[in-house]
Write a protein that binds this ligand. Structure first.
Ligand code: BG6
Length: 656
């Protein structure tokens, strides 16, 4: 099979305008014709066209530039322009809409209807593309964007070849491909082979939209431009690392796709492994595309491939059942979503413990979790450092030393936070967890981007740093494959195992507890304000609580507190319901969202006088005894409210 490879020197190395070894530039992209296959689809209207319009707004498109859309819909160029005018207005993240930029941009849009099996349509496409190339002077540069399922990749490439696109004159030819890059290791390898039949590796730009996110790109900038952190970035100082990608949305209208995917394929194998590689790889020798990608590939290669037994103990799967959103509105369970089997075994949540077998990370576990229909949307990375020794504090009021934590807030909040101890003002030596917080929005005034801008732009300048490569794709599948194998051979018996809108399955919390660790749940003030006891509290009080409250999850029937046990924490119900049961086994009361319990035992230092059992899945914030005492001492008005409520409750004996 002949290839679509071109002879241009710019196709084997960054183009003359490309900033060698660095993705950021203020020069415009190379002149080119951009051909979009699947131009009538969702991706084009929601992400791609708005991103291209943003590039136009920022002056980053060459004056010698045109877009040709191709799809089955029988549209004219005029109809395509009109549709895109409406869609880009709807999906742009920039306001106000720049009519002047748009008027110039819209004239660059063209459309060729046709099926991917129709040779005549590709002939027409070639005529349009070569006409625009000659008219605008694009030098034969053509960028093909496959906004289509990968299954048609071979067909489209073949049709391009037959239509003579590889003889379209000098200039580079590049192709952007969208995920999924295979369904498992074998299919990914087959897809890679097919791509390489038509294109050279340096012509293929595989998109992972997470790499277009500013905060993801900042991981590298942060690590390698700040001298103070890199010396600590290893097994001598780091206790463990956590990656969390929580989504509050369900599978939306994508049930039939998701049934064949699940969260491991949809989020973890691609987006999360890419972030993992950035966070943990060795410093590259430069920011040139292959220097960076070589280090990422080495890191993925070092991730331990799990045995079936390790998959059993080091992973948790989940699927959401019916539940309620934060506004109380009912939410369907996954099995009730359109185009989903009522007995589906597809996982919508997973938590995984990985080990990296290299010099830097030996013995440092990496925990990843992601899921749909969780209590909030939030992507965070936590680097937890080893604790300082507490010998010095033996005879002080300090009873525990916490871990220092560096937290990357990727989205929706964008920033970096460092949590450490400070002395509480006053004569005694007491410590409190405090934080330093850098928020992107405070430091930079950047227009909101979709993420595709930087990716398409980088492809136009021939910089492949932010794109995946054959070995990276296969390396990531190699890690995921044992999980896919074990999970498919042992169908889940407990699905659904978390409620829509909750914090996820209890087993994910247990997995870390077994390692004497816990997920660092990033709680924001809005969540705290929903607990009536905290509503309207002083911001500094809420801020300190945010860092000390610990999340925990209980399943229906679990005892949270048992009568006669010593009291070591009080609890705030974030969602769910519990029953309070007295010594004779009678249900005394039910408590729900916003209620708290467990304070009486803490205030009286007596054993629990009642039991508390979860009625539904119950997510709680836990305030441990040591922190409880600190909070009471430092915030008299809070202490007063808790004591007053406890006195009232004690008169009418009930909880703990
Ligand atoms: C996509 C997945 O790749 O990423 C979706 O297919 C997921 O299921 C989305 O919702 C998440 O992207 P973001 O940018 O919203 O975090």
């Amino acid at each position: 099979m002949s290839t679509l490879a071109d002879d241009s020197p710019s196709s084997t190395s960054p183009s003359p305008s490309a900033p060698r070894g660095g993705p950021i530039a203020s020069a415009t992209g190379d002149p080119c014709v951009l051909v979009i296959f699947g131009a009538s689809g969702d991706l084009t209207r929601r992400l791609l066209l708005p991103a291209l319009y943003h590039l136009a707004c920022d002056g980053l498109l060459s004056g010698k530039f045109a877009i040709v859309g191709m799809a089955m819909d029988d549209w004219t160029t005029e109809a395509f322009r009109q549709r895109m005018a409406a869609q880009v207005r709807q999906f742009t993240t920039r306001t106000p809409f720049d009519e002047q930029v748009w008027n110039d941009f819209v004239d660059r849009l063209h459309y060729v209807p046709g099926k991917f099996t129709d040779a005549a349509a590709f002939e027409r496409l070639r005529t349009v593309v070569s006409g625009l190339d000659a008219k605008l002077g694009c030098g034969g540069n053509v960028l093909f964007y496959m906004a289509t399922p990968p299954s048609v990749f071979g067909m489209v490439s073949n049709a391009l070849h037959s239509a003579g696109f590889d003889r379209l004159g000098e200039g580079w030819k590049r192709v952007i491909v969208e995920k999924p890059f295979g369904h498992d290791l074998a299919s990914a390898a087959a897809l890679n082979r097919e791509m390489l039949k038509f294109w050279r590796e340096d012509q293929i730009y595989r998109i992972d939209h997470y790499l277009g996110k500013e905060t993801v790109q900042n991981l590298m900038a942060f690590r390698f431009s700040n001298g103070m952190f890199e010396p600590l970035w290893n097994r001598n100082y780091v206790d463990h690392i956590q990656f969390t990608v929580d989504e509050s949305v369900g599978v939306e209208a994508r049930g039939s796709y998701y049934e064949t995917s699940g969260v491991l394929r949809d989020m973890i194998q691609n987006h999360m492994f890419q972030m993992l590689a950035y966070l943990c790889m060795e410093p590259p020798v430069s920011f040139a595309a292959d220097a960076v990608r070589n280090e990422k590939a080495k890191l993925l290669d070092a991730v331990r491939i799990m045995t079936p037994e390790q998959v059993r103990t080091n992973t948790v799967r989940g699927q959401y059942g019916p539940g309620r959103g934060t506004d109380g509105a009912p939410l369907a369970g996954y099995r009730q979503e359109p185009n989903v089997s009522p007995t589906s075994g597809t996982e919508t949540f997973a938590a995984i413990k990985l080990n990296i077998d290299n010099w830097r990370w030996d013995g440092v576990p990496v925990y990843l979790r992601s899921g749909k229909r969780l209590w909030k949307r939030g992507t965070e990375i936590v680097v937890q450092f080893k604790r300082a020794p507490d010998v010095l504090f033996r005879n002080t009021e300090v009873d525990s030393i916490e871990h220092n934590r560096l937290i990357f807030h990727m989205q929706p909040d964008q920033g970096i936070e460092l949590r450490f101890h400070a002395k509480v003002p006053g004569p005694a030596l007491r410590l409190q967890n405090v934080n330093m917080h850098f928020a992107y929005g405070d430091a930079f005034k950047a227009s909101r981007a979709i993420g595709y801008e930087v990716l398409v732009y980088n492809c136009m300048i021939g910089d492949a740093t932010l794109f995946s490569r054959t070995d990276l794709v296969e390396g990531a599948w190699r890690i995921a494959q044992p999980l896919l194998d074990y999970w498919s051979s042992t169908p889940p018996t407990d699905f659904p195992n978390y409620e829509a809108g909750s914090w996820g399955p209890k087993a994910a919390f247990d997995m870390l507890e077994d390692d004497k660790r816990r997920w660092v749940e990033i709680i924001n003030r809005d969540v705290m304000e929903r607990v009536p006891l905290f509503a309207g509290s002083d911001p500094s009080f809420l801020n300190s609580l945010l860092m000390i409250l610990e999340p925990d999850v209980f399943e229906p029937g679990d005892f949270i507190v048992r009568e006669g046990d010593s009291a070591d924490a009080m609890f705030f119900i974030a969602r769910g319901a519990v029953e309070v049961i007295d010594a004779s086994g009678e249900r005394v009361k039910e408590l729900g969202v916003g209620d708290f319990f467990g304070e009486i035992g803490m205030l009286s230092s007596k054993p629990r006088n009642a039991s508390v059992r979860a009625i539904t899945q119950t997510d709680v914030f836990l305030l441990k005894r040591t922190d409880f005492n600190k909070v009471l001492a430092q915030h008299p008005s809070f202490a007063e409210s808790v004591e007053r409520i406890a006195r009232e409750r004690y008169r009418a004996p009930e909880a703990s």
